[in-house]
Design a binder for this molecule. Structure first.
Ligand SMILES: [Fe+2]
Length: 295
């Protein structure tokens, strides 16, 4: 299929909006452990950024909750033309077109939201505002790469993200995990896992280097933050990563290095692999077919 005939996907992930019980503690967690910089905030919400984009995390203060919940994800779209085409597809699928969150209306040119089959709000917009300079912080991510969504509506979600929003499949592990590619050509800008429950399982941040991944890991060990999954060499995206997890502060945060970016030609011609459900097809450093223990 050529670019002329393919209806385009969103460009790439920009932010997650996460409701948290103790916003001040989560801000500190994200500053120290992920390397994000706090920007505008008040008692109800806070924006944190990784690079020049306006924010990659918006926190909502909800003191009544026990654990966090990711309520929305935002994807930029490369042009007004593509945004209109996405909106047309959403309408044709019989889905409701939602207004952007009020604060977001002032941080982009235009856009809209749509609920995925699990009710997660996906916001799509053009011309996301940015800063002239990145944060003057050495140990920080360069980008928020993807959400990983566990879902009890796997087939519906796959149909929604590929059939309606135009993501392309990069790889499958059995019929339980799929990695989906947007126009920024990361191997995946979204992943789905068949599960008995729905939850946003992790958010992946790309660090500047493997050295910085290891420095993040050292900080997690130093502060006794649980490492949900340690040093994984991903067969699908070629990234090496570990995952931090404290449910009060969000989903698992994956800090990675080396996530594959397809070339423009590969982006149009890549054939998604069908890999068997084997731990070595998720992490090539697993020792054997039954080495599931560390996930
Ligand atoms: Fe990931």
């Amino acid at each position: 299929m050529t670019t002329a005939t393919r209806r385009r996907a969103p460009y790439g992930m920009e932010y997650a909006r996460i409701a948290v019980p103790d916003m001040a503690a989560t801000i500190e967690f994200l500053r120290y452990h992920v390397g994000l910089q706090l920007e505008q905030h008040d008692d109800e919400h806070a924006y944190l950024r990784a690079d020049i984009e306006h924010h990659c995390v918006e926190l909502l203060s909800e003191p009544g909750r026990e654990v966090s919940q990711t309520v929305a994800v935002g994807f930029s779209v490369e042009s007004g033309e593509v945004l209109d085409d996405l909106r047309e597809r959403v309408v044709a699928a019989g889905l409701e077109v939602l207004p952007l969150q009020d604060r977001m209306k002032g941080l982009c040119d235009r856009g809209f939201g749509v609920r995925d089959p699990n009710g997660l709000i996906v916001e799509l917009f053009t011309e996301f505002h940015e800063y002239a300079e990145p944060p003057l912080v050495e140990l920080r991510p360069l980008d928020l790469v993807h959400p990983f969504i566990a879902t009890d509506k796997y087939d519906e979600c796959l149909a929604f993200y590929t059939g309606v929003l135009g993501f392309q499949s990069s790889d499958h592990v059995g019929d339980v995990t799929v990695f989906l590619r947007a126009e920024d050509r990361y191997h995946h800008s979204l992943a789905l896992q068949r599960n008995e429950e729905y939850y946003v399982a992790h958010l992946c941040f790309m660090m500047k280097s493997f050295d910085h991944v290891m420095r993040g890991r050292a900080r997690a060990l130093y502060k006794n933050v649980p490492i949900a999954s340690d040093m994984v060499n991903h067969s699908a995206s070629t990234s090496i990563a570990f995952y931090l997890f404290d449910p009060k502060h969000g989903p698992r945060y994956e800090l990675c290095d080396g996530h594959r970016v397809l070339t423009p030609e590969e982006h149009e011609t890549h054939r998604a692999r069908r890999m068997t459900v084997d731990p070595r097809n998720i992490d090539v450093w697993r020792a054997a077919a039954d080495d599931w223990g560390r996930f």
